[in-house]
Design a protein around this ligand. Structure first.
Ligand code: C2E
Ligand code: CA
Ligand code: CA
Length: 260
C-alpha cells in the first residue's frame, strides 16, 4: 500500500520471520517452507518487503536482514530437533548483494554451525537476473554452497534473460516457476502460452534432474494442473499464506502426533 511508503521506515518497530509452507501436490503433505521477512508498524500493520527489500539491496542493508532470517531459522531448527519435531528444509533468500561478498560461505556456515543444523536443511534461493555482471562468479559461489551441502533454488524462474544457459551450468536442486506463469494456468483459456511454457519448464527440469516448485498457486485448478504435469512442490495461497513461526510449529506438532 502507498501509505506504507509515506510512513517511512522510521516508524517500523519490530521485525519477524514468517514461513510460507510448501506442499507435495500428489498427497497434500508438507515438505518445507520459505522464510520471508516481515516488518511491523506500531499497531500491527505490516510493511511489505516490496518497499524495503529493493532499497536495502542497493546499500547492502539486506545482508543484515538475510543473516537475521537465517539465524532465526537455525535457532528454530535446533529447538525443533530437541522437541522431536519432524524437520523439513527451509529456504532463505540470498540477496544479490550477499552473493558478491568474498566471505559469504564462512558467514553462512558460521551461523548454521552455531546451532548445529544439518546443512541439507537449508536451501538458499537465488534470483535469476540480468544484473549478474559475472555469471561465472555466481556459478562458483553456488558450487561452493553445494560443496558445503546446502540446497539451492532458482527463484522467479523464467523472468530473467538467460534462463536456459543458467539451468545448464548451475548446480540447482529446485527451480521455482515464477507466479507470472502460474497466473495464466486454468484461466478457462485452454492451452494458453503460460500453460504450454509451464509444461515445457516442468519437462526440461525433469530431464535435467532438477526438482520443480510452482510459486503463487492460488486455486485448486492450478494445483491440479501442476500435479498432473508432475510439479514436485507447490507454494501459494491455495495451501497457505506466509504464517508466523508459531503457526508453522503447530503444523509440525500435528505431524509429529500423527494428527495431520
Ligand atoms: P519472493 O521471494 O518471490 O517471495 C514470494 C512472494 O510471493 C512473497 O511476498 C509471498 O508472500 C508472495 N506469495 C506467495 N504465495 C502467493 C500467492 O499465492 N499469491 C500472491 N499474490 N502472492 C503470493 P513477500 O513476502 O511480500 O515478499 C516479496 C519479495 O521480497 C520476495 O519475493 C523476495 O524477493 C523479497 N523478500 C522477502 N523476504 C526477504 C528476505 O528475508 N530476504 C531477501 N533478500 N528478500 C526477501
Ligand atoms: Ca524467494
Ligand atoms: Ca519468487
Amino acid at each position: 500500500r502507498d501509505t506504507d511508503r509515506s510512513r517511512g521506515l522510521g516508524d517500523v518497530y519490530k521485525r519477524q520471520v514468517y514461513l510460507q509452507p510448501k506442499y507435495n501436490p500428489q498427497n497434500d503433505t508438507l515438505t518445507g517452507a520459505e522464510a520471508l521477512i516481515r516488518w511491523f508498524y506500531k499497531g500491527g500493520d505490516i510493511l511489505s518487503p516490496k518497499y524495503f527489500v529493493p532499497q536495502f539491496e542497493t546499500d547492502g542493508t539486506i545482508d543484515i536482514i538475510d543473516r537475521y532470517v537465517l539465524r532465526q531459522v537455525c535457532k528454530k531448527f535446533k529447538e525443533w530437533k530437541e522437541l522431536g519435531y519432524p524437520l523439513y528444509p527451509i529456504s532463505c533468500n540470498l540477496s544479490r548483494h550477499q552473493i558478491s561478498r568474498p566471505d559469504l560461505i564462512y558467514i553462512l556456515c558460521d551461523i548454521v554451525d552455531e546451532y548445529g543444523v544439518d546443512h541439507s536443511l537449508i536451501d538458499f534461493e537465488i534470483t535469476e537476473s540480468a544484473d549478474f555482471a559475472d555469471v561465472q562468479y555466481l556459478i562458483k559461489v553456488l558450487k561452493d554452497l553445494k560443496a558445503e551441502g546446502f540446497k539451492i533454488s532458482m527463484d522467479d524462474f523464467g523472468t530473467g534473460y538467460s534462463s536456459m544457459a543458467l539451468l545448464k551450468d548451475m548446480p540447482l536442486d529446485i527451480i521455482k516457476i515464477d507466479k507470472s506463469f502460474i497466473d495464466g494456468i486454468a484461466t478457462g483459456e485452454p492451452n494458453n502460452k503460460d500453460m504450454l511454457m509451464t509444461q515445457d519448464i516442468l519437462a526440461m527440469s525433469r530431464h535435467l534432474g532438477i526438482r520443480s516448485l510452482a510459486e503463487g498457486v492460488e486455486t485448486f485448478e492450478q494445483k491440479e494442473y501442476l500435479r498432473e504435469w508432475g510439479c514436485h512442490y507447490i507454494q501459494g495461497y491455495y495451501y497457505s499464506k506466509p504464517i508466523p513461526i508459531t503457526g508453522y510449529e503447530y503444523l509440525l506438532k500435528k505431524i509429529m502426533l500423527g494428527q495431520s
